[in-house]
Design a protein around this ligand. Structure first.
Ligand SMILES: NC(=O)c1ccc[n+]([C@@H]2O[C@H](COP(=O)([O-])OP(=O)(O)OC[C@H]3O[C@@H](n4cnc5c(N)ncnc54)[C@H](OP(=O)(O)O)[C@@H]3O)[C@@H](O)[C@H]2O)c1
Ligand SMILES: [Zn+2]
Ligand SMILES: [Zn+2]
Length: 356
């Protein structure tokens, strides 16, 4: 395999035809001294890809190439890059640049950069004005800060979905004390939720309760490491868990219609509810339930590089792997349809097929 890069990707041209991907040429931003060019081998399919191509989060820059769970090999590194060498197995998640100078960037909170977060796709590079393009493609250019070396113990296809889906739940778990003696709930057992169960277990939590809107995923949730499965579609589902959990991570891609008061009632006073899902309608916050129960309601975006590297080490040490279905990248239309229809167990991963 040569290290010459081809720059092509599968793009959506019209949000009304979001399953219709066409292979187009990409013009990447000019190379920077700290940039790394990655030859993409695999890319996971995240719920956020679907919100973007359908226009559910607002009109994207068209044509749009999505995908932000990327794994491959470093093909070129800029003269000031220190942590990555050509040939290294590396990955990129949902962010490829930030200012690197603000308080957030300097305290391992670069996903909350106060000046400019450059997302992996559908984002504007501040210097060049180039629109970023994601991983349903042959190659990506990223600042080295957002390039993660992948431990040898992890296969590239397993590491890829961890770089958005995994770290997005790992970060709020560790920031909110998930570990021995803690009782954690995970709402929504999709791509993110199936990681949250595994990481909560891997971090040593005492209880990991899986909340799912139907009974269909019960067996899977237990296999993933849940100590209990609760069907939120059933009236009174919350009663047996009253005031017992320390933390809930919510990945359910639904609003309104989420049983928020009932879910909050399962938290002990002082407990925390952390929203990571970004449904297309805002979730109403039941403030009275928070007040009378002494509960904090928060949100969480992606994770820092520090957390991503810790997560990869934990996954390597504990043998944590996503449950994936691999398909050729040209089938990205089928993959996004399956996510939209809730038919994925639990992540689709696209395998490179662009001639190069
Ligand atoms: N905060 C961040 O940084 C960040 C990062 C990545 C993704 N996200 C967002 O997180 C969300 C989940 O992403 P994902 O990739 O995990 O998606 P996913 O695989 O589609 O999982 C979403 C889960 O939500 C639940 N759900 C979906 N439709 C529902 C409905 N009508 N009623 C009740 N429950 C429903 C389902 O769980 P059950 O069947 O178990 O109920 C489903 O498995 C998306 O909104 C995505 O944009 C946020
Ligand atoms: Zn994502
Ligand atoms: Zn910053």
């Amino acid at each position: 395999m040569s290290n010459e890069l081809t720059w092509k990707g599968y793009a959506v041209h019209d949000t009304a035809k979001w399953e219709d991907f066409k292979l187009i040429d990409i013009k990447p931003k000019p190379r920077g001294e700290y940039d790394v060019d990655i030859k993409i081998e695999y890319c996971g399919v995240c719920g956020s890809d679907v919100h973007t191509i359908t226009g559910g989060w607002g009109p994207p820059h068209l044509p749009v190439i999505v995908g932000h769970e990327i794994a491959g090999t470093a093909a070129w590194v800029g003269p000031k890059v220190t942590g990555i060498k050509v040939g290294d197995r590396v990955g990129v998640g949902a962010q490829i640049c930030s200012c690197l100078e603000c308080k957030m960037c300097k305290t391992n909170n670069e996903q909350y950069c106060q000046k400019h977060v450059t997302f992996t796709y559908n984002s504007v590079y501040p210097e060049s004005g180039t629109i970023t393009t994601g991983g349903y493609s042959s190659a990506i250019r990223s600042h080295e800060r957002f390039v993660f070396p992948i431990p040898d113990a992890l296969e590239l296809e397993h590491a890829a979905p961890m770089l958005c889906g995994g770290v997005t739940v790992y970060s709020p778990l560790v920031r909110n004390g998930a570990g021995p003696g803690k009782r954690v709930g995970v709402v929504g057992i999709g791509g993110l939720g199936h990681f949250a169960i595994q990481f909560a277990k891997g971090l040593g939590c005492e209880e990991v309760v899986a909340f799912s809107h139907s009974s269909r995923k019960k067996e899977d949730a237990i296999k993933l490491g849940a100590t209990q499965f609760v069907e939120t579609g059933k009236k009174g589902f919350e009663e047996a868990l009253h005031a017992s959990l320390d933390l809930i991570i919510c990945t359910a891609n639904v609003a309104p219609g989420i049983a928020m008061s009932e879910l909050l009632s399962t938290l002990a006073p002082g407990g925390k509810f952390v929203m990571v899902a970004i449904p297309e309608e805002q979730v109403p916050i039941p403030s009275r339930d928070l007040v009378v129960r002494g509960i904090s309601f928060g949100g969480s975006l992606l994770g820092s590089k520090k957390e991503a590297l810790e997560m990869l080490q934990l996954a390597a040490a504990k043998g944590i792997k996503p449950w994936i279905e691999i398909m050729p990248m040209k089938d990205c239309g089928k993959a996004v349809r399956a996510v939209k229809d809730g038919n994925v167990r639990y992540r689709h991963v696209l395998k490179q097929d662009i001639p190069r």
